[in-house]
Ligand binder design. Structure first.
Ligand SMILES: C[S@@+](CC[C@H](N)C(=O)[O-])C[C@H]1O[C@@H](n2cnc3c(N)ncnc32)[C@H](O)[C@@H]1O
Length: 280
């Protein structure tokens, strides 16, 4: 593949998804795009890249962008953001949301394990919070991921990653070699294609935003734009969860970290420096 082809791909990916190609780019391009090249009838990845550069093929650009996204995820990933939701965020919001509705947006949901973890967690907490209804919107840029998320079908390996066995038995049924999440949980989540680089106003007001392990792929300016749009959507007393390797510090001051709550942020105008547990 020529440097020109790689530069063109990098420019296209940044413009369409925000992804910045890192230093291991040749390996990444080859491994991610080889299956696409085969499927789309190109003799090699180089031939695919050359075609991308010389023809304006919208479908090919979408498929290539999708293939270059990193979709790593698993149930209850990192555990802490789910523990914090249950022990602090849920009790606090259940006191202030009089109709019981709590709106949650999983802003880069990949294949669905994050929103399904929240739905399962809520199911377990039902006795404690009988009035609460989680309204979960799960979005991603990847059609491939959204299709899988919506199918609710996971491999044995995927259901073994992070999911407590009791929850697996309770919420999944075996379908041939795969495991399917219950229709009740599947229907409790709205899946939608949303590109975080777009105008996000159509997402609407949210009480909690999970934006985990996606900002790490963006440059500083893009992170700032996404976070600032999210601040306008989040309720003043809402919560933002970022991934373990992500922060708002040095990027924007529209959010600030919650003291003693790793990965959890609140809007800056609400001076909330004590852990929620103490306020509840
Ligand atoms: C590593 S996964 C994170 C999944 C989940 N949030 C987690 O932490 O386990 C990152 C996801 O971000 C999505 N993504 C990348 N760029 C995006 C963009 N511009 N808009 C929306 N989603 C994007 C990818 O398709 C991928 O599914």
């Amino acid at each position: 593949m020529t440097n020109e082809d790689i530069d063109h791909l990098a420019t296209m990916l940044k413009a369409r998804s925000g992804l910045i190609l890192g230093s291991d780019k040749t390996y990444l391009i080859e491994s991610r795009l080889a299956p696409v090249a085969r499927r789309e009838g190109f003799a090699s990845v180089s031939a695919l890249l050359a075609s991308l550069r010389t023809k304006r093929d919208e479908k090919l650009m979408t498929v290539v962008t999708d293939a270059m996204t990193t979709n790593e995820t698993f149930f209850f990933r990192d555990k802490v953001p789910f523990d914090q939701f249950k022990s602090d965020v849920l009790p606090a919001l259940s006191k202030t949301r009089m109709n019981g509705d709590i709106k949650i947006w999983c802003a880069a949901c990949s294949t669905g394990q994050e929103p399904y973890s929240l739905a399962m967690l809520m199911d377990e907490a039902r006795i404690q919070f009988p009035r609460v209804n989680l309204d979960i919107l799960a979005t991603d840029i990847s059609d491939r991921c959204l299709e899988k998320a919506q199918s609710g079908l996971y491999t044995q390996f995927e259901v073994q990653r992070g999911l407590p066995i009791t929850m697996m038995v309770k919420n999944f049924e075996k379908v041939d070699e795969m495991w399917r999440i219950s229709p009740k949980l599947r229907q409790s989540i709205r899946f939608k294609k949303v590109n975080l680089l777009d105008d996000l106003r159509m997402v609407g007001r949210q009480d909690v935003i999970y934006c985990r392990n996606v900002l790490i792929y963006f440059d500083l300016e893009t992170k700032k734009k996404v976070l600032e749009q999210m601040a306008t959507l989040l309720a003043d007393d809402g919560y933002l969860f970022l991934g373990a390797a992500e922060t708002v510090l040095g990027i924007t001051d529209v959010f600030k970290p919650m003291q003693g709550m790793r990965g959890l942020y609140v809007k800056n105008q609400v001076a909330q420096s004590t852990p929620l547990r103490k306020l509840a």
